[in-house]
Design a protein around this ligand. Structure first.
Ligand code: HEM
Length: 500
């Protein structure tokens, strides 16, 4: 028998084995619970206007591990902490990347940022720069002066707005401008004009709905014309152009500030990054594009999340007068007649800290975290998950899981007393800042901004709903988008606090 024939005969059982294995794998895949889908759009129509709530409902029908098809994108949705624990313990590296698409390209400043960029050595270096040089607790402390300087302005804004609005103010707008001011100042420097801040805040807000835009080009390059027709290409182009123009101006003006402020600007992120760019001992190269990508990240990832949290905090205080009373009592004891609460005093506000934890348990600002994608085939719960499967984690659902939280719908900060449960990524049922390699590096940074504002707003004023409005009238629904802002703006009546 000729040797080729012999080899072919010997290969036959092997091929059978391979085919049999493929069949088992695809059967196992087919078993993954999955809601029925429509041609072409798959399950996209089931996301609804508030995706984390729609996915939560779907998970009640189809289970905590579901496969959805968002257009042509295979998407695994996890709604149970145990499965996330398994993913992170066994496959964190496999899911360490973000999906790439036309829109992610824009949000990642052509893959030059941290939050939206793909996993790899270059991403690792940028994340290290952010955690050691920009967002470390030491750096957060060093920017204390800039935070504290913004607080009197916040309080003045409340007084001004109340005098203009017959006592009623839109606190949501005031909080938004406070967070935008502090973050742009810490990232870019204090010279940024009011107009520029408004543009930055708008660009940051505009990024959130971009996540849910469908790009036809991602389905097939032949369908690019549909993106032109739908106006998506124009929207992306203008978004990019606005960022580019802004950065051009920021980098140019930074040089001027350097002279004016005698090097003080180096404490700000942009100054630190420009300094690191010249530092040959760093061991990695920072390009101008990296500086733009990192700066854009801090704005996009920092402003809306921090502002949404502060807005939910004030909302929950109004809805829970008993909690408000306890926070204020603690403040009165700690402040001891001081006019302002300083950052040094924040460490003593233990009730306020558990109150904030309770707020982000029920209202995680990024309820579905940020999407990830598998770099290679892997197994979850015994199912075979192919390469390039998207992973969505419903952290909002975790905060409502009765197996982990007693009476989860009740607002009860005391549940965190005598408990070591924290949001730092170790307790898989409480992950508002994400988990694993892609965890948020901005936790300390955002908490410092939230705590100092909250403490002073409550120390200085008593807060009530406008006359005729009751707690029952408060709509607790979120608006759509990646960041879960409260849909209704918070309108309140501040009066000078009598305890001072
Ligand atoms: C209450 C405030 C905040 C919340 C709730 C929050 C939440 C998150 C979440 C859920 C992720 C995705 C984690 C994952 O995929 O597992 C993330 C990533 C990120 N956040 Fe935050 N964040 C907040 C504030 C900030 C601030 C103030 C900054 C910086 C100024 C920041 C910078 C980032 C960056 C750079 C990433 C990307 C990390 C990566 O992909 O490796 N965040 N954040």
């Amino acid at each position: 028998m000729n040797p080729t024939m012999l080899a072919a005969i010997l290969m036959i059982p092997f091929l059978f084995l391979l085919l049999a294995r493929r069949k088992v794998i695809s059967q196992k895949e087919a078993l993954l619970p999955s809601p029925p889908r429509l041609p072409f759009i798959g399950n996209l129509h089931q996301l609804g206007s508030i995706p984390h709530r729609s996915l939560y409902k779907l998970s009640k029908q189809h289970g905590p591990l579901m496969l959805l098809h968002l257009g042509s994108v295979r998407t695994l949705v996890v709604s149970c902490p145990k499965i996330v624990e398994e993913v992170i313990r066994n496959n964190d590296l496999v899911f360490a990347t973000r999906p790439m698409s036309k829109l992610m390209d824009v949000l990642s400043y052509d893959k030059n940022d941290i939050a939206f960029a793909q996993y790899g050595e270059s991403w690792r270096q940028r994340k290290k720069i952010a955690t050691t040089h920009l967002l470390s607790s030491q750096k957060v402390k060093s920017l204390s002066f800039d935070r504290v300087e913004e607080v009197p302005l916040l309080l003045e804004n409340v007084v001004d707005a109340a005098s203009r609005g017959n006592g009623v103010i839109c606190l949501t707008e005031i909080l938004n401008s406070y967070v935008t001011n502090v973050i742009t100042r810490m990232v870019l420097g204090s010279w940024i004009s009011k107009e520029k801040k408004t543009i930055l805040s708008k660009l940051s807000h505009d990024s959130s709905p971009l996540f849910y835009e469908v790009s036809f080009e991602d389905f097939s390059p032949n369908l690019k014309w549909l993106d032109v027709l739908s106006g998506l290409d124009r929207k992306i182009e203008s978004y990019k152009k606005n960022w580019d123009a802004l950065f051009e101006d920021i980098i140019k003006n930074h040089a001027n500030e350097s002279k004016e402020e005698n090097g003080k600007n180096n404490t700000y992120f942009i100054g630190t990054l420009l300094d690191l760019q010249k530092d040959s001992s760093l061991g990695s190269t920072i390009t101008n594009e990296h500086i733009r990508g990192l700066t854009m990240d801090m704005i996009i990832a920092g402003i809306d999340t921090t502002f949404a949290t502060l807005d939910w905090c004030m909302t929950e205080l109004i809805r829970n007068p008993e909690v408000m009373k306890k926070v204020k009592e603690e403040l009165r004891k700690v402040a001891q007649g001081e006019d302002m609460i300083s950052e040094e005093l924040l460490g003593q506000l233990s009730y306020m800290k558990v109150f904030i934890k309770e707020v982000i348990r029920l209202h995680p600002p990024a309820p579905l975290l940020l999407p990830r994608e598998s770099l290679q085939e892997c197994q979850i719960q015994g199912y075979n998950i192919p390469k390039k499967t998207r992973l969505v984690i419903n952290a909002w659902a975790f905060g409502r899981d009765e197996s982990y939280w007693e009476a989860p719908e009740q607002f009860k900060p005391e549940r965190f007393f005598d408990s070591t449960v924290d949001y730092k990524g170790k307790d898989f049922y409480f992950i508002p800042f994400g988990v694993g390699r892609r965890i948020c590096p901005g936790m300390d940074f955002s908490m410092a901004i939230i705590e100092i504002a909250l403490a002073n707003l409550l120390h200085r004023f008593d807060w009530n709903l406008p006359s005729g409005i009751t707690i029952e009238d408060m709509d607790m629904d979120e608006g759509g988008g990646v960041i879960a802002f409260r849909k209704q703006k918070l309108e309140l009546v501040p009066t000078a606090s009598m305890v001072n």
